[in-house]
Design a protein around this ligand. Structure first.
Ligand code: NAD
Length: 372
């Protein structure tokens, strides 16, 4: 169905195209049953692009991504390209997209489905009902700060160094995303840094506090040192709603939080840029898992993370919250009914039904049919 919603689909490598095929079924269903259509373009990224164009993302694909309202991304990489030159590694395709689209806010929800409460390594009472959102600053901090490098120092020792650097506007723009998002959730933001030992941490805390006072005093704001938060996420994760933190801490804490939920195959993410004159942000949606070469091509991959990435896209890029709710509910119900891909078959498996990628996708579409 034609629409004014421009979507670029980049399935990528490994299980990327397999799980994306299942999302295509939902996109078609949404067009037919809910009149939610997209103008879809598709292109190559990662190893697939390297094989065809000699680069992990062609200039044409980059241009299309910049023009699109949203990019739906699968995954990249695999052993075939492990020996590729560093500048041509499949992952560079994703890094180029993030950089040129200036996607500075990475949203990583960690939600525990009731039906999968046993899949977490933590006790059910600690994770049951867990629903938190970690926002990681994605384009600055120690992964990008200059100077960085390695050399032999005056004592003749090899030395390596990176620079943690943040400007006040970089901190404010990512904290603003956290406050805005909290308003649509439980209205609570926890900002994490190391203000006890780092200058960037002090600035982070000052700017988060200032911005809160100026524009978001209706939202509850608290602060915590990132190491204390790492412990608290395991002790009492349900205390939190939205957590905002820098690139390095966010990298680690969001992986820790994702493990509270049980499987990589369930977790979506969104990366957002600054709003344009019409209020629309550049955005890329992707599962947090990689290309899973160990199971690629076998019909075993769990398509739920990719499906939930699509639901995030409906919610955050197109303001289609009701449709996003419907997709999320369909996933939840299918899990409740016992459908499990191999990655979810842990703990108590009574009453479950082992399915492959396509069966899981079909079950979600069938459940959507029932819900509508
Ligand atoms: P991975 O996420 O691909 O796989 C880790 C484990 O989780 C594997 O056992 C895999 O089978 C399983 N798994 C992952 N997704 C699954 C799913 N949807 N359903 C069922 N099981 C699933 O991480 P890895 O093995 O460290 O990396 C493999 C390749 O992916 C590497 O080339 C890596 O660089 C790349 N990678 C890409 C991205 C990305 O595209 N954003 C992210 C991480 C890793």
């Amino acid at each position: 169905m034609a629409s004014n919603r421009n979507l670029l689909v980049l399935p990528g490598d490994g299980i990327g195209p397999e799980v994306m095929n299942e999302v295509r079924k939902i996109i078609a269903w949404m067009g037919k049953k809910r009149a939610v259509g997209f103008d879809i373009k598709e292109d190559l990224v990662g190893g697939a692009a390297l094989d065809k164009h000699g680069v992990p993302l062609s200039d044409d694909a980059m241009k299309t991504a910049l023009e699109a309202d949203a990019v739906l991304f699968g995954s990249v990489g695999g052993p075939k390209w492990d020996t590729a030159d560093f500048s041509k590694k499949p992952e560079r395709g994703l890094l180029r997209l993030r950089k040129e689209m200036d996607l500075f806010a990475n949203l990583r929800p960690a939600k525990v489905f009731d039906a999968l409460v046993d899949a977490s390594s933590l006790k059910p009472e600690i994770v049951k009902g867990l629903d938190i959102m970690i926002i990681r600053e994605l384009t600055s901090g120690v992964y990008f700060g200059e100077p960085r490098g390695r050399h032999t120092n005056a004592k003749g020792e090899v030395e390596a160094f990176d620079t943690q650097r943040y400007t006040a506007p970089e901190i404010r723009r990512v904290c603003a995303v956290a406050f805005e998002l909290a308003r649509k959730r439980k209205n609570k933001v926890l900002s994490a840094e190391k203000a006890n030992v780092m200058y960037t941490g002090v600035l982070w805390r000052e700017e988060a506090t200032k911005l809160h006072k100026e524009s978001y005093s209706d939202v509850a704001l608290s602060h915590m040192y990132a190491d204390a938060l790492a412990m608290q996420l395991l002790r009492a994760p349900k205390e939190f709603d939205v957590i905002v933190t820098d690139n390095l801490f966010g990298d680690i804490l969001s992986d820790e939080a994702s493990m509270l939920t049980g499987s990589l195959g369930l977790l979506p993410s969104a990366s957002l840029g600054a709003p344009d004159a019409t209020g629309r942000r550049k955005a890329l949606y992707e599962p947090i898992h990689g290309s899973a070469p160990d199971i690629a091509g076998k019909g075993l991959a769990n398509p739920i993370a990719q499906t939930l990435s699509y639901a995030m896209m409906l919610r955050y890029s197109f303001d289609l919250g009701k449709d996003a709710d419907m997709v999320e509910l369909a996933v939840e119900n299918v899990l409740k009914a016992g459908y499990r891909t191999g990655d979810l078959l842990v703990g108590n498996t009574d009453g479950t039904k082992k399915v492959g990628t396509q069966e899981m996708g079909d079950a979600i579409v069938k459940e959507l049919d029932r819900l509508v």
